[in-house]
Write a protein that binds this ligand. Structure first.
Ligand code: ZN
Length: 364
């Protein structure tokens, strides 16, 4: 079983991060002021559809209100997980919850059906809930049909629009929704969840390695959980750094620092042979350049913050590089590696553009 599915939160209290969303939604459930349309925006893998489903569950849960007082603190106005509606949602067969994926299907048929369907309240007296994922991908016709529905919202119907690109959603649609901006999760939050999963699944993995996975997932909990699934699938329940390197194409931090140092010291042949060694070891050079650009950003931030060092991620080698590179040189590095990354896509010899970049940077 895929870990991210198995460990998908079953109620609001299990959600990692996004407290600004879950607390506001639970407040609305409590006061009976749930909006008829929401817009959930934010990066992939940050819990938009998960929270949309939890809202659907909590709104229709048979026991959310009546037994709220009997539940532990913070579990009031939340999905109970045992009533028939909660069960149906978990099994993916709740009739009153309709999920439309606008990315794979531009949606005109679905929105038309939705307009028809939304006119009739749920047969069981529950709310009808529509989750429209990647709603910025709806066709113009589908968007207009949706807009009409939002202008005259049917009773007991809730629309939850989710998108990774809020700027592409029609402003007329966005203005009729209550908007929540989901944030990328930080490494600490991701590591905590991965630790939890590892403990339950009896996966033997070091916290430092979980941190590597978290950093590579760039704030997407789903990506981090997928990476862990992949590692377990290939290596079983004992995972070391070697496995992470091999399976996730992970490049140890010190390689980046060594590389920057060689470039800075104009050690041309050493830097070029490092690239060749990486390439021959089967490493994805595209990942390497992406990593380089990521470190250039960290160096730039370290420089900009000066003595006000980033306490969340104190890294002596980044600080040292930041102190020895001036801004102009950082821009030059950035330009060279950006160009190399573009050219690598069309170069018949994948490592050549990167080698040229190194030669350029180490000459003069
Ligand atoms: Zn329930």
């Amino acid at each position: 079983m895929v870990l991210y599915r198995k460990y998908r939160p079953k109620n609001f209290s299990q959600v990692v991060g996004q407290e600004h969303v879950t607390q506001t939604l639970q407040g609305a459930l409590k006061t009976g002021s749930v909006a008829h349309a929401y817009l959930f925006t934010g990066p992939r893998g940050t819990g938009k559809t998960t929270i949309a489903r939890l809202l659907a569950k909590a709104v229709n849960c048979d026991r959310a209100e009546s037994e709220g007082v009997l539940r532990p603190e913070g579990r009031m106005y939340d999905a109970c997980g045992v009533c028939s509606f909660c069960k149906e949602v978990e099994e993916g067969k709740a009739f009153d919850l309709v999920e439309i994926d606008a990315a794979s299907n531009r949606g005109i048929e679905e929105i038309r059906a939705l307009r028809e369907g939304a006119r009739f309240a749920s047969a069981r007296g529950k709310h009808k809930i529509y989750i429209i994922d990647e709603c910025h991908q709806l066709t113009k016709e589908a968007s207009n049909a949706l807009l009409k529905t939002l202008e005259e919202p049917p009773v007991k119907t809730i629309f939850i629009l989710a998108t990774t690109e809020a700027s592409k959603v029609l402003p007329t649609i966005a203005s009729r929704t209550q908007r929540f901006d989901f944030k990328k999760l930080n490494s600490e939050q991701i590591v905590a969840k991965l630790q939890n999963i590892s403990f339950t699944e009896k996966i033997d993995i070091d916290k430092n390695i979980l941190l590597l996975i978290a950093e590579q997932s760039e704030g997407s909990l789903r990506d981090a959980e997928s990476s862990l699934s992949k590692l377990v699938a290939f290596r079983g329940n004992k995972i070391d750094e070697e496995a992470v390197k091999e399976i996730l194409g992970f490049i140890p931090e010190n390689i980046f620092f060594d590389f920057f140092q060689m470039v800075k010291d104009k050690k041309k042949s050493e830097a070029v042979s490092l690239i060749n060694n990486l390439y021959e070891s089967g490493l994805d050079l595209d990942n390497f350049v992406k990593g380089l650009l990521g470190y250039i950003r960290k160096i730039l931030i370290a420089r900009a913050s000066g003595s006000n060092l980033n306490r969340a991620n104190p890294n002596e080698r980044i600080q040292a590089l930041a102190a020895s590179f001036d801004s102009k040189y950082i821009f030059r590095l950035f330009g060279s590696f950006m160009r190399a990354q573009q050219e690598m896509k069309i170069s018949p010899i994948p490592q050549l553009p990167l080698e040229i970049a190194v030669v350029e940077l180490t000459e003069d």
